[in-house]
Design a protein around this ligand. Sequence first.
Ligand SMILES: Cc1cc2nc3c(=O)[nH]c(=O)nc-3n(C[C@H](O)[C@H](O)[C@H](O)COP(=O)(O)O)c2cc1C
Length: 248
Amino acid sequence: MEDNETIRTIKNRRAIRDYITSKDVPDEIIYKIIEAGGYAPSAENQQPWRIIVVRDKELQEFIGQIAVDRTILLFGRATPREELERRLSYIRSKASLERTIDILISGARFEYIKGKPETNGAPVLLVLAVDQTHVGNSQPTLRGTGGVYGWSGPRHAVIAGSMLMQNMALAAASLGVGSCVSSVQLDHFDDVGAISEKLGIPYPHWVPILCLTLGYPIAERTLGPPRQGPEEIAFLNKWGEPFVKEGK
Ligand SMILES: Cc1cc2nc3c(=O)[nH]c(=O)nc-3n(C[C@H](O)[C@H](O)[C@H](O)COP(=O)(O)O)c2cc1C
């Protein structure tokens, strides 16, 4: 069966980390991307999400520097080189592998968040915060009704927020806009607090969980890290039982 346009968009979307910094993404396009994001499913249609469109270069630099610093700690200090080589073993060319490792351990790979021309930075950064309270703060018709029945609010909020994120990344790809989901600057509680304060996010009720850079890619990129096929990730009826396509 041939892939249709939607499936082609899904398969061809790649994490873009090199942007034409001077080519802005118009508000109209950002609006369309966020609108598509909002069509994601959410438990009870709570829509437990808010997005801050960051265009201010100082704010981008602040968030980007946290990403760079954390990456240096994570890949430059805490992860042994053999482990990095093992993880990146899908990269065939030795020169590309060396370059990828270099930009990981030096943090250079995450400079793009700052939006600077010298590092091909993204002109726009979206910061996604989700409602961890689940008391209906985020959606007027449900306000004050949630939580009392013991629903798992925080987990649902993160799940729904992630679905919104993927919608936005795919909508962007369909419009020729490159994007990259990132979380390394929000993996540590201290960083979550600092970024919330800087952006005025009412933390801890609302928690920033992910960022999405947006911009026009310097080069088209459709090849990415390999994916496991359905035969590796799906089972039939019971864990461990192979799910094999009929006729195979
Ligand atoms: C939850 C999550 C966190 C991620 N964090 C980062 C990050 O901090 N920095 C980054 O550059 N990419 C980040 N990525 C992007 C992944 O590295 C990328 O999607 C993955 O390697 C697959 O590549 P592809 O998107 O090009 O197919 C993240 C993706 C997800 C879903």
